[in-house]
Design a protein around this ligand. Structure first.
Ligand SMILES: Cc1ncc(COP(=O)(O)O)c(C=O)c1O
Length: 399
């Protein structure tokens, strides 16, 4: 199919849930993708924080090929080697105990919500409530939309399930005031992604730890976007030293294959017993083999340390751009999860970058977001920044 044929077919046969650029990628290697006409792009979006070890990493591809040749699917009525190994590895890395696998971020948050609700009932709550935050994003299922702190995502989809209380993010006073005897858990992204790349403050995360100690409330961290090395630590919570009771992962975990996971400490994982929750495809052997390879690559190529170092350099280069372009209001984020807040909507800037061979995206309307693969070096940062500078010059003239 030519690019035009793909677009025409998509416009005719797909539900139009995305406002897509006309780009049709057909090949990816490392930090680069090629479109259907053979044009190459520097990918600073990574499928929205999915291709963290780069496109088609040979180890990940080999693990997928090998597992696909042995067993594609195995019901959760039986045991699976790749699944149990991945559970063990995630427990080891997070310091938690037990994992449950599913197929996406939203599903993983659903599992976390169900787990803590059941925990709440088993600990004497009559109507367990979960505290979540304005500007958060937790997914597109009804439960995760109810948890999400941005009404634009749930418009037209009400009624949503109850049991969530939204309070302002990074507001310690509001947090302390929100906890009631019915509060079972606090669900938070340590770095808000879709909301516009907002890291939690150390005071806020410390307050979460204090509230847990005082009230026995569970801490659930949605690290679907900010986890697995993205922020320059294996998990974003390590920046703060406040461990979760339940950790939620997806996106980068499968290196491009769909997988989601929750990992919980022992006492908290117990409410899930045979029959409580499940997923036909969750923990699929091919997805788990890919995830094991991703974790191995992260370790062997020191990608967490790299994300931290290259992230600092990238942030400094973005600060320089801020000095040159008044339309940049703020540079935010950590590691390789960075954003620049603009004084105007950034959609056109994304298109200008793309025309010049750089893939980025705009979130929360005003924030240009960078989520490059963790394998990038300073050279690629320089290349991206010079394309961005050109695009900003054009953008400033045009708007
Ligand atoms: C923090 C966070 N939670 C949940 C989700 C939903 O994940 P998925 O799209 O895999 O359902 C996302 C996706 O962007 C996310 O960034």
């Amino acid at each position: 199919m030519t690019g035009e044929e793909v677009l025409k077919c998509g416009e005719e046969y797909l539900m139009q849930t995305y406002s897509r650029s006309p780009l049709v990628p057909v090949k990816g290697r490392g930090a680069r993708v090629w479109d259907v006409s053979g044009r190459c792009y520097l990918d600073f979006l990574s499928g929205i924080a999915v291709n963290s070890v780069g496109h088609c990493h040979p180890r990940v591809v080999a693990a997928i090929r090998e597992q696909a040749g042995e067993l594609l699917h195995c019901s959760n009525l039986y045991w699976s080697g790749p699944q149990v190994k991945l559970a063990r590895e995630l427990a080891r890395l997070s310091g938690l105990d037990r994992a449950f696998f599913c197929n996406s971020g939203a599903e993983a948050n659903e599992a976390a919500i169900k787990l803590v609700r059941k925990y709440g009932y088993e600990h004497g709550k009559t109507c367990p409530e979960i505290v979540t935050f304005t500007n958060s994003f937790h997914g597109r299922t009804l439960g995760t939309l109810a948890a999400t702190g941005q009404e634009k995502f749930s418009k037209g989809f009400t009624p949503l399930p109850g049991g969530f209380r939204h309070i302002p993010f990074n507001d310690v006073e509001a947090l302390r005031g929100a906890v009631t005897p019915e509060t079972v858990a606090i669900l938070v992204e340590p770095v808000q992604g879709e909301g516009g790349v907002y890291p939690a403050t150390p005071e806020f995360m410390a307050a979460l730890g204090e509230i847990r100690a005082a009230h026995g409330v569970l801490l659930v961290y949605d690290e679907i976007q900010c986890g697995l090395g993205r922020t320059g630590k294996m998990f974003a919570f390590e920046h703060y030293g406040v461990r979760p009771d339940v950790l939620v992962l997806a996106k980068a975990l499968g290196g491009g294959l769909p997988i989601g996971a929750i990992v919980a400490r022992d006492g908290v994982a117990n409410p899930f017993q045979p029959g409580s929750h499940g997923s036909t495809f969750g923990g699929n052997p091919v997805a788990c083999a890919a995830a094991l390879a991703v974790l191995q690559v992260i370790r062997e190529e020191s990608l967490v340390e790299k994300a931290e170092q290259v992230g600092w350099y990238f942030k400094r280069r973005l600060e320089e751009l801020k000095g040159r372009f008044q339309l940049i209001r703020e540079v935010r984020g950590c590691g390789l999860m960075l954003g620049i807040e603009l004084d105007r909507p950034g959609k056109e800037l994304v298109a200008l970058c793309e025309e010049r061979g750089l893939l980025v995206n705009c979130t929360a309307e005003y924030v240009l977001r960078f989520l490059p693969p963790l394998i990038i070096g300073m050279d690629e940062v320089d290349e991206a920044v010079s394309i961005l500078a050109e695009a900003l010059q054009e953008f400033r003239k045009a708007c």
